[in-house]
Design a protein around this ligand. Sequence first.
Ligand SMILES: CC/C=C\C/C=C\C/C=C\C/C=C\C/C=C\C/C=C\C=C\C(=O)SCCNC(=O)CCNC(=O)[C@H](O)C(C)(C)COP(=O)(O)OP(=O)(O)OC[C@H]1O[C@@H](n2cnc3c(N)ncnc32)[C@H](O)[C@@H]1OP(=O)(O)O
Ligand SMILES: NC(=O)C1=CN([C@@H]2O[C@H](COP(=O)(O)OP(=O)(O)OC[C@H]3O[C@@H](n4cnc5c(N)ncnc54)[C@H](OP(=O)(O)O)[C@@H]3O)[C@@H](O)[C@H]2O)C=CC1
Length: 294
Amino acid sequence: MAEAPEDVHTDECLSTYTHIYSQDLLKDQVAFITGGGSGIGFRITEVLMRHGCDTVIASRNLEKLTEAAKKLTSATGRHCLPLQMDVRQPDTISTAVDEMLKEFGRVDILINNAAGNFLCPAAALSFNAFKTVLEIDTMGTFNTSKVVYEKWFKDHGGSIVNISATLGYKGQALQVHAGSAKAANDAMTRHLAVEWGPSGVRVNTVAPGPISGTEGYRRLGGSHAESAGIFRTIPLQRAGNKTEMAHTVLFLASRAASYVTGATVVADGGAWLTSANDVERLLDLWSQEKRKDK
Ligand SMILES: CC/C=C\C/C=C\C/C=C\C/C=C\C/C=C\C/C=C\C=C\C(=O)SCCNC(=O)CCNC(=O)[C@H](O)C(C)(C)COP(=O)(O)OP(=O)(O)OC[C@H]1O[C@@H](n2cnc3c(N)ncnc32)[C@H](O)[C@@H]1OP(=O)(O)O
Ligand SMILES: NC(=O)C1=CN([C@@H]2O[C@H](COP(=O)(O)OP(=O)(O)OC[C@H]3O[C@@H](n4cnc5c(N)ncnc54)[C@H](OP(=O)(O)O)[C@@H]3O)[C@@H](O)[C@H]2O)C=CC1
């Protein structure tokens, strides 16, 4: 089995961290990470800061962000600014980006990580539920990219990394909303790479498979999948961890990927190549969980 780097299954900073890139890779740069207060976004923020970067973490829950920013600043010695923002509301994004530029005077990297998801069969999904996920995942990515582009990247260049998912690559039960939203984001990555390349903006995507120790993993039945042995069908035979995602994002965000744009880097242990996608079993598990909730 391929070896995984150290990780912890909470939103605490890593107790020890071994650099696998130069510690100065992002020296004196500034990164804006949506959903940076928890899960994969938290670890991306930590790893970027450990490579010399100051950060802004932005999402709806300011209390959670403030707590996260304290931990990140204390663990890395770099500055992390928490800002409240809803990716569905462009005016809140605009205010947050203005605050960031006032505080740091620049932005070099945008990570579009915020998303919403849950398991639900298409037939049980309300029209509003489908719309909500598209508004957060797809429109939220566009809204944030456009505001940052207009306010800074258009004149100074920059690097955008979107967080997608491989769950839609073969089609997956209970995931029509998220699979559709993330597929649109993969396409958006290519379109924006073409339009904004002449301004010195690179746009890329990391597409994770199941990543343990996050709210998304819990909501999507990650521990059920573990105990049911579903991850044995993944070529690397395990779920990924948050540090592995952060290292993939760091590569794309940094000058190490200076000639890479419009790319989607799949970081899923090969999961989508072999996904068994046992529809009846997933529907059955979903119904059992629903009965438990009642
Ligand atoms: C149980 C186990 C069964 C099977 C599993 C077995 C095996 C699985 C195998 C492998 C999977 C293993 C691991 C996972 C692998 C990959 C994961 C891939 C992608 C992961 C993506 C993410 O993780 S995204 C991040 C997850 N985090 C969050 O979602 C946090 C943020 N979320 C939210 O804010 C909310 O949940 C929200 C998205 C609903 C938005 O909130 P809000 O704006 O307040 O919206 P609401 O007003 O609450 O709702 C809007 C409409 O949506 C309907 N809704 C809400 N929740 C559900 C639900 N759970 N099911 C169905 N519908 C829902 C709600 O009713 C509203 O619609 P109306 O019509 O009623 O208005
Ligand atoms: N975990 C996994 O197995 C996988 C995850 N992914 C992707 O990785 C990314 C991170 O997911 P993960 O860490 O698991 O989940 P989390 O739930 O921990 O992260 C989601 C983040 O998005 C923020 N967010 C949600 N809605 C909004 C909004 N409207 N405006 C601003 N911020 C918002 C949340 O903060 P707040 O509540 O404060 O707004 C939260 O910090 C997502 O893009 C997800 O789709 C992809 C494949 C697999």
